[in-house]
Design a protein around this ligand. Structure first.
Ligand code: SF4
Length: 242
């Protein structure tokens, strides 16, 4: 299939539209709050202080700069040019980080689920100390009554490793990552078998200079793997066949 840059952008925009729909069904308040924050008087970059950060929205983990004004308001988030994951450009999700930051549903402290007398449930704010005590108490009871190995972990993402350490300390080795078996695992094996070393981050694929890109079981463009999409866009510009 021969595609041009316009078609490619159209496909990507459909993905972005889906994202926008997803966001609107979640909560528009955060976005509105972000717009409200940006209704402040216009400022130039000289009035803003950049802080290095990285985007946690997906595993790609693009390095970024957060620009904060004198009132402490985040005014913009841009990619870090030094980072090969993003080459200075975040995807729409990363750029929309300001909306996420201002979202009134963003969790800033633990919530504990309670049940009213009529059976309806709700969440109430709790301190970290109370929440951790509650979890420790419940995990202790489970261990005492059923043994530690009755608890298993199916992990994904940054927090997975930390939870894995917790589970080992608890006494269970039932730790699995289904996403690894279906995603990174096969790539790890294939990279090692082909190049003699495992997948690095970013993956050392040469999409930009390819003349013919064959995608099998992959959906680059939909999945917004930032650096790879930029390379794919360049390859299309260079006349590559997809
Ligand atoms: S690809 Fe997008 S969502 Fe993922 S880390 Fe980069 S900017 Fe964030």
């Amino acid at each position: 299939m021969k595609s041009n840059r316009r078609q490619f952008i159209k496909i990507s925009t459909l993905g972005t539209g889906g994202l926008a729909l997803g966001l609107s069904s979640m909560n528009l308040n955060g976005i509105n709050a972000a717009y409200a924050a940006n209704k402040n008087e216009a400022v130039s970059d000289e009035d803003l202080t950049p802080y290095p950060t990285y985007c946690e929205v997906c595993f790609w983990k693009c390095a970024a700069w957060t620009y904060v004004d004198k009132k402490g308001e985040i005014r913009k988030i841009i990619g870090n040019k030094e980072d090969p994951h993003c080459n200075g450009r975040l995807c729409p999700r990363g750029t929309g980080g300001i909306g996420m930051y201002h979202d009134e549903d963003r969790l800033k402290n633990p919530l504990i689920r309670e049940t009213k007398e009529d059976g309806t449930q709700y969440y109430r704010d709790a301190s970290w100390e109370e929440a951790l005590d509650l979890i420790a108490d419940k995990m202790g009871k489970i261990k005492k009554e059923h043994g530690p190995e009755c608890v298993a972990l199916f992990s994904h993402g940054t927090g997975g490793k930390l939870m894995g350490h917790l589970l080992k300390a608890y006494g269970s080795s039932n730790i699995s990552a289904p996403s690894f078996a279906q995603c990174r695992g096969p790539r790890e094996v294939a990279f090692t078998a082909t190049f003699g070393e495992d997948v690095q981050s970013p993956e050392r694929t040469d999409i930009r200079d390819t003349k013919c890109l064959v995608l099998i079981g992959s959906h680059i463009g939909e999945n917004m793997h930032n650096g790879q999409i930029q390379e794919m866009s360049d390859a299309i510009d260079n006349g590559a066949t997809i």
